[in-house]
Write a protein that binds this ligand. Structure first.
Ligand SMILES: *[C@@H]1O[C@H](CO)[C@@H](O)[C@H](O)[C@H]1NC(C)=O
Ligand SMILES: *[C@@H]1O[C@H](CO)[C@@H](O)[C@H](O)[C@H]1NC(C)=O
Ligand SMILES: *[C@@H]1O[C@H](CO)[C@@H](O)[C@H](O)[C@H]1NC(C)=O
Ligand SMILES: *[C@@H]1O[C@H](CO)[C@@H](O)[C@H](O)[C@H]1NC(C)=O
Ligand SMILES: *[C@@H]1O[C@H](CO)[C@@H](O)[C@H](O)[C@H]1NC(C)=O
Length: 455
C-alpha cells in the first residue's frame, strides 16, 4: 500500500461502519440508531423527525409532508395514507420536472435502483443512463415528481431560494427514502468541506467583482436579472457580488426602449454577465433582442454595457450531452463545489484548482459557445460505482498554511440536530483524514486517488 485518497478511505470506512448495523425492529424501542434529525428548516428547506418506527419528512419548499414507515408497518396515526411510503425504497423513478435529482442519486450510488430506462437525450449523466438500464421490470415505490399523487414525492434540491450548500444538503432528503441519511450526511460533509476550503483559500477579496445573472425568454421576449439566494451566495463565496437592478420586486425587463434602458443600466453595475437561459437561446438571440442597448457600436446616446464591450458575457451551458441537454441545469445543485471552483476560476484566473484539465467545467464564453461547447464523455465522467470518490477528488482542497486540512464544521451539524453517532464518525474520518494528509505530504509524487492501492 502506498497512499490512498483520504476521502476514498473515509467513504469506504463509512460504508463498512453503516452496513455492519442491520437494525431489527424493536417494538417500543428506538429503531433509528443513526439519526440525522433536522428540526429547523430555515437553513435546509426540509426537516426530518424520527418516531419509533417511522420518519416524518417535510419538504418546506414545496409544502409537502411524507411519512416514511419502516419494517412493513401500516400508516401511522396522524399520517395521510396518500403521502405515506414504505422504506427503505427499492425502486425509484423521476419525472422530467425533477431531473436534477439524478446527480444526487449517483452520489449515493443508487442509480441501479432506477426502475425504468431514462430517455437518453434528456439526461446528461452517463451513470444515470447506464444504471437505469436494468431489466427487472419492477414498478417504482417512489417517483420524484411535482405531481401530487400517491407515491409521488416533491424534490426541491434545485430551488434557487436555497444557497449552494443548502441545495447539496438535499442529498440527506434523498437518503431518507433509502434509510441512508447518515451516509448521505457524510457524503454531503465531504462536499461541504471542499466547498468551504476553496472559499476560505480565496480569502476575503478587497473589491468583489460584480456579476449579473441574466436569462432571456425568447417566447415572451423578457430578460430577467436573477436575484435569488443561490446566485447571491455563490457569487459572494467566489469573491464576487451579485448585481441587481434597484427595482425592488421586479427583475424582469421587456424589450421596449424604456425597459432596455433600465436593463442596460443595471447590467452596467457589474463587470461580468453570466447567462442561464435555456441552452437553445443563442448569444445571437440574447444579444439582438437587446437592440441598440447591447450594441457597443451603436449611437452614443446609449450607455455601452461594459461586460459586452470587454467580452465578459458567459453562459453556464458549456457542457452538454450529445443531444444538447445542459449539464449545469441537472448537476449544479448536487455539486456546489464544482460551481464554486468554476466561478472562482473565472473571476480569479490564477486561483488554484485541483485539476486544471477539468476547468472550465460549465462556464463558457457565451458568444462562441457553439464552437467551444464540450460534450460529456462517459469515460471521463467518473467511476459510476463510486461517484463520491470522483466527486471528492474533483474538488479536493488543502489549505496551505500550517498544513492542516479543513475539517467539517461540527457545531453546525450540532445545530441541525445531527445525532451524536454521526458526529463521532465524522470526527473519526477527519482524524484519519488528517493522518493520511500528512502521509500524502510526505509522498507528494505518488498518485493520490487510487482506491485499488488499498489491498
Ligand atoms: C432556525 O435557524 C435560523 C437561522 O439559523 C434562526 O434564526 C432561527 O431562530 C432558528 N429557529 C429555531 C426555532 O430554532
Ligand atoms: C401548506 O399545506 C397545508 C396543507 O397541506 C395548507 O394548509 C397550508 O396552507 C399550506 N401552506 C402554504 C404556505 O402554502
Ligand atoms: C425530453 O425532453 C423534451 C424536450 O425538453 C421533452 O419534450 C420530453 O418530454 C422529455 N422526455 C422525457 C421522457 O423526459
Ligand atoms: C427552447 O426550450 C424551451 C424549454 O426547453 C422551449 O419551451 C422552447 O420552445 C425552446 N425554443 C426553441 C426555439 O426551440
Ligand atoms: C470503480 O469502483 C469500484 C468500487 O470502488 C471498483 O471495484 C472498480 O474497480 C472501479 N472501476 C474502475 C474502472 O476503476
Amino acid at each position: 500500500m502506498r497512499t490512498i485518497g483520504l476521502f476514498a478511505l473515509s467513504t469506504f470506512l463509512f460504508s463498512a461502519a453503516v452496513t455492519a448495523v442491520v437494525p431489527d425492529y424493536i417494538p417500543g424501542g428506538d429503531n433509528y440508531p443513526n439519526k440525522v434529525e433536522i428540526k429547523n428548516e430555515t437553513k435546509t428547506g426540509f426537516t426530518i423527525e424520527y418516531k419509533r418506527y417511522y420518519k416524518v419528512l417535510t419538504n418546506n419548499v414545496a409544502n409537502r409532508t411524507y411519512c416514511l414507515v419502516g419494517w412493513g408497518e401500516g400508516t401511522p396515526v396522524g399520517c395521510n395514507s396518500e403521502t405515506t411510503l414504505s422504506t427503505p425504497v427499492k425502486r425509484l423513478s423521476f419525472d422530467a420536472d425533477s431531473i436534477s435529482v439524478g446527480p444526487f442519486i449517483e452520489l449515493l450510488g443508487l442509480q441501479n435502483k432506477i426502475a425504468t430506462a431514462v430517455h437518453e437525450q434528456n439526461i446528461t449523466s452517463p451513470c444515470i443512463i447506464e444504471g437505469s438500464k436494468n431489466d427487472d421490470n419492477q414498478s417504482p415505490d417512489v417517483y420524484f415528481s411535482n405531481r401530487q399523487e400517491k407515491f409521488h414525492v416533491a424534490f426541491s434540491g434545485n430551488s434557487d431560494t436555497l444557497g449552494p450548500l443548502q441545495k447539496a444538503f438535499w442529498l440527506v432528503y434523498l437518503g431518507a427514502f433509502f434509510d441512508m441519511e447518515s451516509e448521505a450526511f457524510a457524503a454531503y460533509s465531504q462536499i461541504e468541506v471542499n466547498y468551504n476550503c476553496h472559499k476560505e483559500k480565496l480569502g476575503k477579496t478587497s473589491t468583489p467583482k460584480g456579476i449579473s445573472w441574466t436569462s432571456f425568454d425568447p417566447v415572451a421576449k423578457i430578460y430577467t436579472i436573477n436575484g435569488d439566494q443561490y446566485y447571491d451566495q455563490l457569487s459572494q463565496d467566489a469573491g464576487g457580488k451579485l448585481v441587481l437592478n434597484n427595482r425592488l420586486q421586479d427583475h424582469t425587463f421587456k424589450t421596449d426602449m424604456r425597459d432596455l434602458d433600465l436593463l442596460s443600466k443595471a447590467l452596467n453595475l457589474g463587470e461580468y454577465i453570466i447567462d442561464i437561459s435555456d441552452p437553445n437561446v443563442t448569444y445571437q438571440t440574447w444579444y439582438t433582442n437587446g437592440h441598440e442597448f447591447f450594441n457597443p457600436d451603436s449611437n452614443d446616446a446609449y450607455p455601452v454595457i461594459k461586460a459586452i464591450v470587454n467580452k465578459q458575457v458567459y453562459t453556464m451551458n458549456g457542457l452538454l450531452n450529445s443531444f444538447g441537454a445542459s449539464d449545469w441545469v441537472q448537476r449544479s445543485s448536487a455539486r456546489p463545489d464544482l460551481a464554486l471552483m468554476d466561478l472562482i476560476k473565472l473571476l480569479y484566473s490564477s486561483a488554484e484548482v485541483p485539476d486544471k484539465k477539468i476547468f472550465p467545467f460549465w462556464i463558457s464564453q457565451f458568444e462562441n459557445v457553439l464552437d467551444n461547447r464540450r460534450i460529456i464523455q462517459a469515460e471521463s465522467y467518473g467511476n459510476c460505482s463510486s461517484m463520491m470518490t470522483t466527486a471528492s477528488a474533483q474538488a479536493i482542497c488543502y489549505l496551505s498554511d500550517g498544513g492542516s486540512i479543513h475539517q467539517p464544521d461540527l457545531t453546525s451539524g450540532g445545530k441541525a440536530g445531527i445525532s451524536v453517532g454521526v458526529i463521532l464518525f465524522i470526527i473519526l474520518t477527519a482524524c484519519v483524514g488528517t493522518w493520511l494528509f500528512r502521509r500524502h505530504r510526505r509522498n507528494q509524487r505518488h498518485n493520490f486517488y487510487r482506491m485499488n492501492d488499498l489491498q
